[in-house]
Design a protein around this ligand. Structure first.
Ligand SMILES: [Zn+2]
Length: 345
């Protein structure tokens, strides 16, 4: 049907859209607000630096909640220069150090929790791997291991010297000794395995390295009571980060469905509130695949966050929200970085 004047209205609309820039938002991905001696995966932002980030956000940007942004993408109204804060994994330091600061600056945040680890005082597999391989005082000189029916052998002739483990090393640096190389190899080999297979291998590694299987202080996910304390804050939303933090794309469909559904039910049962946000573990394109977003949507979530960088606009799929990974930057570096992101750099 040809409505008289419709063409003119469309042209006016296009001209108006060209005059006003696209409204854009940034979702930040944090993990821990903590200042440990070693942080090989670069998951920690110190409480001091985090407070500087919050000051910058409240002075220069428009902090909004993840749910508000999700709704905004659905009605084509993303507030310009908005910033959303998210945390993956559910570490207890989110309660101890992040919550008081978020409340002080009145900035909302979403915390994604992997539910298997709730109430367990158990480290995540990457933290266990760090403790066993990088923090053991000394490792035996040879490791033979069968992973997924393949045999692997490592010789550790160039090992760290006494106390060298206290030196800072992270995965963005080149490996400096055989322990670093072994840690990187094992991280790659363990990542796609099921939770159960990882557990068996980590136990073997701990006894090989003669390391006790004991979680470090504050290296665990929030307990039931701690999750309830978090969820009672008007600034905090609890979201799901699956049950076991498995690489979903590498699992069977049945397992994927369990991870997505069960974690939601579990959290809702504890916090007595609907859980509407989901975060894909690891979250790269390869970790998500093509079928997961619709599975997450069907389960009843309102949105899901990935882990590759991009700006959020009204065209962004709410089940594939991109995020920018934040490192342990001081306020000045953080501000520069966020400006770069908003400029599309
Ligand atoms: Zn995670």
């Amino acid at each position: 049907m040809n409505i008289p004047g419709a063409h003119k209205i469309k042209n006016l609309f296009l001209a108006a859209r060209a005059r006003f820039p696209q409204n854009e938002a940034i979702i930040l991905a944090y993990h821990r607000i903590f200042a440990p001696k070693t942080d090989p995966q670069l998951l920690c932002t110190s409480p001091r630096n985090f407070e500087e980030h919050l000051k910058i956000i409240s002075q220069h940007y428009n902090p909004i909640s993840l749910q508000a942004l999700g709704k905004a993408t659905k009605v084509n109204k993303v507030p310009n220069k908005s910033i959303v804060i998210t945390f993956d994994d559910g570490y207890v330091d989110n309660l101890l150090y992040a919550k008081p600061l978020l409340e002080k600056y009145r900035i909302p945040a979403t915390i994604f929790v992997s539910t298997h680890y709730v109430n367990k005082k158990k480290e995540f597999w990457w933290d266990e791997l760090e403790r066993i391989i990088l923090l053991a005082p000394a490792l035996p000189e040879k490791l033979s291991l069968s992973i997924n029916k393949k045999e692997y052998t490592w010789l550790l002739t160039n090992q760290k010297k006494h106390n060298q483990h206290l030196q800072k090393w992270d995965v963005l640096q080149k490996p400096k000794n055989d322990s670093h190389r072994l840690y990187l190899d094992l991280h790659t080999l363990l990542k796609p395995l099921s939770f159960e297979k990882k557990e068996i291998i980590l136990q073997k590694l701990a006894s090989w390295a003669r390391v006790q299987n004991k979680a470090r202080h504050n290296y665990h996910v929030a307990s039931h009571e701690e999750l309830i304390k978090l969820s009672r804050s008007p600034f905090i939303e609890i979201g799901s980060h699956t049950v076991t933090h498995s690489n979903l794309a590498a699992q069977t469909q049945e397992k994927q469905s369990y991870e997505i559904t069960q974690s939601k039910k579990y959290l809702e049962n504890i916090i007595k509130k609907p859980v509407n946000s989901f975060s894909y573990p690891f979250g790269t394109h390869n970790d998500i695949g093509t079928k997961l977003p619709s599975m997450v949507k069907k389960t009843g979530y309102a949105l899901a966050t990935a882990n590759y960088p991009n700006l959020v606009t009204k065209r962004t799929d709410p089940f594939l929200l991109p995020r920018y990974l934040v490192r342990n930057w001081d306020g000045k570096t953080f501000y520069k970085q966020v400006e770069k992101w908003f400029n599309g750099e």
